[in-house]
Design a protein around this ligand. Structure first.
Ligand code: ZN
Length: 187
């Protein structure tokens, strides 16, 4: 699961950490899961925002509309999303939370696409030292998720977490622990 949230762009990682801080942790984790299970369909981004159709675990589809109130220079030129307070997100599930799991899945899909796009400058892709509060918040969440998703240890490539040495050490420790546990059970 965690393997998909690998960033080239530290500013995008920070943005997502800020978003995560404004979301219920369970909601954020369910959003990651939906993204990871490829439940984001019909994704379409424009200058004004984006639309996606997100399928939940019961095969129900919810329409997500996200608009932003700002000139989109940051998005088109720098491949950075607008500030969170300039985003209006609506989902057909009528969740009471400002950002539901379907919106979260769409946003993660969007952020990962931005991260893969070509606009990453060298300064932005420089490795985070792991000391920014936003990145630490995200790293803490990723560690929680990694710990609770033991079956993914087989596919967990810790070498790709080189963006942040602190999380790499923790992740490797988690994987080693899980592998030892599985090995013991198999004997
Ligand atoms: Zn929703």
């Amino acid at each position: 699961m965690v393997r998909r949230l690998i960033f080239r762009n530290v500013r995008l990682a920070n943005w997502l950490a800020d978003y995560a801080a404004k979301t219920e942790q369970n909601t954020f984790e369910r959003g990651i899961m939906l993204f990871d299970k490829h439940r984001v369909w019909d994704y379409h981004a424009s200058e004004q925002g984006l639309h996606a159709s997100v399928e939940d675990l019961h095969s129900t589809f919810f329409q997500v509309h996200i608009r932003w109130f700002k000139e989109t220079d940051d998005i088109s030129a720098n491949h950075l999303p607008p500030n969170l307070d300039q985003i209006d997100a609506v989902c057909g599930c009528h969740s009471k939370a400002p950002f539901c799991e379907h919106i979260t899945a769409s946003i993660i899909y969007w952020i990962m696409r931005l991260d893969k796009s070509k606009g990453v400058g060298k300064t932005e892709s420089a490795a985070d030292q792991g000391d920014s509060p936003a990145y630490q918040a995200l790293a803490a969440r990723l560690k929680t998720i990694a710990a609770s998703e033991t079956p993914s240890y087989q596919r967990f490539d810790t070498s790709k977490l080189s963006i942040c040495p602190a999380i790499q050490d923790s992740a490797e420790q988690i994987v080693k622990t899980v592998m030892a546990y599985v090995k013991n059970r198999a004997q």
